[in-house]
Design a protein around this ligand. Sequence first.
Ligand SMILES: Cc1ncc(COP(=O)(O)O)c(C=O)c1O
Length: 376
Amino acid sequence: MTKLFQNYKRAAIEFVKAEGNYLFDQDGKKYLDFSSGIGVTNLGFHPYVQEALQKQVSQIWHTPNLYINSLQEEVADKLIGDKDYLAYFANSGAEANEAAIKLARKATGKQEIICFVNSFHGRTFGAMSATGQDKIKEGFGDGVPHFKYGIYNDIQSVKDLVTDQTAAVMLELVQGESGVQPAEASFVKALTAFCQEQGILLIVDEVQTGMGRTGKLFSFQHYGIEPDIFTLAKGLGNGVPVGAMLAKSALGGAFSYGSHGSTFGGNKLAMAASSAVLDVMTSDFLDEVLQKGQSLQKQLVDALENNPLVTQVRGVGLMIGIETTGDLTDLVSKARDKGLVVLTAGTNVIRLLPPLTVEKDELEEAINILTDIFRI
Ligand SMILES: Cc1ncc(COP(=O)(O)O)c(C=O)c1O
């Protein structure tokens, strides 16, 4: 009898070993990983990250935020470069978003935040309240007030919700959990201009889209914008729990001494992993991710466009959704039987988040299996 809460639906498989982009279960069966956890181990089980972690463990793995942490400075520096941002480190995506919500409220002195229908921002009370999906909130009573929900890709719906109390607009640039839905360039451009004009902060949740997933370090770089605040987690530590909230330096005053914090945030191990991840994610590496993503998407379109079970293949970089009328549970389990681990998103999407280090022959292996499982 399990002593665990049954809040997850777990497959009867335990992954006990990993090599590069492959996972091995308790029976020694080998799987090609096209999930990266849930968009976390973006570099697979990379030896450079492993070495950085081993080195850090052999020195010291935790110090409180009462002392200088040069690894935090190092990671902030690698994330920010010569841009005018400041970083705060947390332990998860939800926590990074909590920090963003608190900063936006405190910096503006206003409370309303406009989010979007079908968004996902996490499971803590603030992040859950920001999330535009009723099923995530069911049974938990009143959420944090003052969140409103616009229609994704509909600028007028945002304008209609703005009041003189609007602090920020918060969005994912590809809605991940609800179905791999990219934001349209014209919408993002109009939204950014509108927010600037109205003095409303723009918060981009890069928890799933960030850290190279879309072929840029941050997905907002595809749109040529610079959000006032953005959040990271998942791929930042490549599996070591970490989150980050980055905001324009002008907002720094609102997070003054004592205003916000976390015991573990920016932990040495998490920072050692994050720093190593950022070393690997050079611009050449990211260009390759973009190319691999384009090639994967094109090959999937070619293989599946006439399949009666497939409605659409979409995505950005190596964040790809296959919208289907088929049974998701059945498709995922067929893929797993054939040695491919994939995810779902929303009610009708197979989500592919392969490690960004995926090789050409691994892409082919996955395309063959995916073509196979959609065969009827
Ligand atoms: C866009 C986005 N924001 C926030 C979160 C929450 O992150 P975490 O589970 O690390 O709290 C997720 C998780 O899937 C996410 O996809």
